[in-house]
Design a protein around this ligand. Structure first.
Ligand SMILES: *Cc1c(COP(=O)(O)O)cnc(C)c1O
Length: 380
């Protein structure tokens, strides 16, 4: 039996949360400015500052802030012209928002299985799912590992499809040196409280094309024509971000390099402390062509390990460690259920995957504590 790296004794019990935001920069100062100036709604200087700063961060000419990451996805699809009856390719293993945004457009998400190494959609399986109704592909950089964009972009070019990157979980990740969110036609981000940077609730659309960015702004603001007040050529939405959210976002963006670096440090601690049980749990990999954001450090229990995943999570919770299961794949959820589904890789990852605590406040001792208990429970 392999000895646990740092056996945690009962008296060293800790509470380790899976995610936790941190506000130790200019957050209070900027939010206070919103209150003092009374600019608390969706007009105010922080919105443009956050949009411009985020566009620079993603190396794209335009960024449009939204009230959350799901509306950012919906806006991205509207900006790409998705219409009722269209089909959009989506990985089955994702957070439900990626599929829901397609449904909001009256279009149909068509699912693709994952490839086992990175858990992202498998480029080799995309073309078989393309029909005359297919308009585009949503790529999700799951848990922070970039999808393999080159073959996906080549397929998109060949079939004249748009590519939307759902980078909600991958702030600052890179694919062949290029930052995610700027690799496809449009990128989207979430700033929910558990993401790498947060605005409480919030999102962003990153765009290359100026006309597309203008269209997305129109849809965000009820569909109002920008040069004609109260004239609405299209049915739009109120998906605006508030100045308060943007104030938080700008302060968080000022810290993002430090946050990103800490996520990678946490991952290196896990890799070290979990290396003795690498034959029992598959640790996340980082393909040589990318920089993983390690939003969450997600491990997959090998089939040979007899432990039940959910029982293991309950045992970890009992010692103060918060974890979460990998998402259910879309094809098992009632709105998207497929009776004849065949997505074996996503099914296995979903059933055997656990995301471990990964956030800016974690110390090496926290990680050793989690790894120690995971090792003990896997070795029983
Ligand atoms: C968090 C998340 C979203 C949506 O984010 P909200 O801001 O909560 O609406 C979309 N896609 C993925 C993959 C996510 O993880």
């Amino acid at each position: 039996m392999i000895p646990p790296p740092l056996p945690a004794s009962a008296d060293s019990r800790r509470e380790v949360r899976i995610s936790a935001p941190r506000f130790d920069g200019n957050e209070s100062k900027y939010v206070q400015e919103c209150i003092d100036s009374t600019w608390v709604s969706s007009i105010g200087r922080f919105i443009a500052l956050f949009e411009e700063g985020f566009a620079r961060f993603c190396d794209v000419p335009h960024a449009v802030a939204a009230n959350n990451g799901t509306s950012a996805l919906h806006l991205a699809l509207l900006g790409c012209g998705v219409r009722p009856g269209d089909e959009v390719i989506v990985p089955t293993l994702t957070f439900v928002a990626s599929a829901n945004a397609v449904a909001y457009c009256g279009a149909k998400p068509v699912f693709v299985d994952s490839e086992p190494r990175t858990m992202n959609l498998d480029p080799a399986l995309i073309e078989a799912r393309i029909t005359p109704k297919t308009r585009g592909i949503i790529v999700v950089h799951l848990y922070g590992h970039p999808a393999d964009m080159d073959p996906i972009l080549a397929i998109a070019r060949r079939h004249n499809l748009f590519v939307v990157e759902d980078a909600a979980e991958a702030h600052g990740a890179r694919y062949r040196g290029q930052i995610v969110g700027g690799l496809g036609d449009v990128g989207t981000f979430s700033f929910f409280g558990n993401k790498i940077i947060t605005t409480g609730e919030g999102g962003m659309v990153t765009v290359h094309d100026a006309a597309k960015a203008a269209l997305i702004r129109t849809f965000r603001g009820q569909g109002m024509q920008t040069d004609r007040r109260y004239w609405f050529p299209v049915i739009g939405y109120n998906y605006r971000m508030t100045n308060i959210q943007a104030a938080l976002g700008l302060a968080q963006l000022e810290q993002i390099e430090r946050y990103m670096a800490h996520h990678r440090t946490v991952a290196s601690w896990y890799a070290h402390y979990l290396s003795p049980i690498a034959d029992m749990v598959a640790l996340p990999i980082e393909e040589p062509w990318c920089r993983h954001a390690y939003w969450l450090y997600t491990v997959i229990l090998n089939d040979a390990v007899a432990v039940d995943r959910d029982a293991l999570m309950a045992d970890l919770a009992a010692v103060g460690i918060e974890t979460r299961p990998v998402f259910y794949p879309m094809h098992v959820l009632p709105p998207y259920f497929e009776a004849d589904a065949h997505y074996p890789v996503a099914d296995r990852l979903s059933a055997r995957g656990i995301s471990l605590p990964t956030h800016i406040g974690l110390t090496e001792a926290d990680v050793a504590y989690v790894a120690g208990h995971l090792t003990r429970l896997c070795s029983l």
